[in-house]
Design a protein around this ligand. Structure first.
Ligand code: HEM
Length: 191
């Protein structure tokens, strides 16, 4: 992980998620009001995750630890600070998930479940200010999207790592591998 260009990952993810300084400031401001509701978000997250049969084996026996780390991460998100330390942390979180063989779609599924809860909370907290509620939800969506993009960068890197290992073990060059893959795809398409 030492050669990872975190600055480049952060820049890419910020553009893609449209996480602007204005949105970061808005989350920091709204975060004060949202913070007391985050433990309920974590609780609901694990209730919903347990409905996914494929997820259960990853959670069993670790739920208290997972809830604790999950809540710590959520609290971090609502400080509105997405500096290099945050990016490195999210990359590491992605890496930890790769290490335990968590399917890649669990990341987007997880973020979706958490976003669902935040929509309810923010809509209730800002019921009298619908425009502000709309702005805050946009900012939260951007911050979660940003975090997801960084975690997925770990997955992407680990796929490349596996391919490089395969090429190194077999002595097959990348060019030869690409040609073989293209020929295979062509053959498969004709079947
Ligand atoms: C929404 C995205 C998610 C976030 C932000 C998140 C956050 C975290 C964090 C902060 C850690 C601790 C990392 C560390 O040790 O440094 C962790 C570990 C872990 N998470 Fe997640 N998580 C997410 C989704 C999921 C999902 C959907 C599952 C499915 C069951 C899951 C299962 C695990 C497991 C098994 C570990 C490793 C526990 C161990 O050390 O053995 N996570 N996660």
């Amino acid at each position: 992980m030492s050669t990872v260009d975190f600055e480049q990952i952060a820049q890419y993810a910020k553009i893609f998620s449209d996480l602007t300084p204005k949105r970061e400031a808005l989350i920091a401001e709204a975060g004060i009001k949202i913070m007391p509701h985050l433990s309920a978000v974590t609780e609901k997250f694990y209730v919903n995750l347990l409905k996914v049969p494929k997820a259960a084996p990853f959670i069993e026996g670790k739920i208290d630890y997972l809830k604790k780390t999950h809540l710590m991460w959520l609290q971090q998100v609502f400080t509105g600070e997405y500096d290099q330390a945050y990016v490195e942390m999210m990359y590491r979180v992605g890496y930890v998930h790769v290490q335990v063989d968590l399917p890649v779609e669990f990341m987007s599924g997880g973020i979706t479940l958490i976003t669902n809860e935040l929509i309810i909370i923010v809509s209730e907290l800002y019921a009298d200010e619908p425009e502000k509620s709309f702005e805050i939800l946009g900012a939260i969506n951007a911050a979660f999207g940003f975090s997801l993009l960084v975690m997925q960068a770990s997955y992407q890197a680990s796929v490349s790592e596996v391919l490089n290992r395969f090429l190194s073990i077999t002595g097959v060059s990348k060019v030869l591998f690409d040609n073989l893959a293209a020929a295979y795809d062509k053959k498969a398409a004709n079947i």
